[in-house]
Design a protein around this ligand. Structure first.
Ligand code: ZN
Length: 113
């Protein structure tokens, strides 16, 4: 159900974008999903189909782009890329990392015809 709620908020963003650009049909939505976001892309894709029914985005395809997670290492004080929350710092091996990005989901682009 987590993914359905996400899909519904994506649809709201897409509807606002479509209204702002004065378009009648949305063909695709490109979504950036952070590697640390705990979102299941398959469940999200399925939920997107359900959430768009009867909206301007009905029939639109969902393109999911995974983005890397970002963290700051407390030990060597560098910004690092991580793929999981349990990852160690690639520079010094420390586990004292603070996640700074890649844990969210963002509508990157809306394709219209
Ligand atoms: Zn480090």
């Amino acid at each position: 159900m987590h993914e359905l709620a996400l899909a519904q908020s994506v649809v709201r963003i897409v509807e606002e974008e479509a209204a702002r650009r004065d378009v009648n049909a949305v063909t695709a939505v490109i979504l950036e999903v952070g590697a640390l976001s705990c979102v299941d892309p398959h469940a999200l894709d399925f939920s997107f189909g359900a959430a768009t029914r009867g909206t301007i985005a009905a029939g639109a395809s969902l393109k999911i782009e995974r983005t890397a997670g970002a963290a700051r290492c407390f030990d060597c004080d560098r910004e690092v890329e991580v793929t999981t929350r349990a990852a160690a710092c690639p520079h010094c091996g420390s586990h004292k990392l603070m996640i700074t990005g890649g844990d969210d989901l963002r509508v990157k682009a809306v394709e219209v015809n």
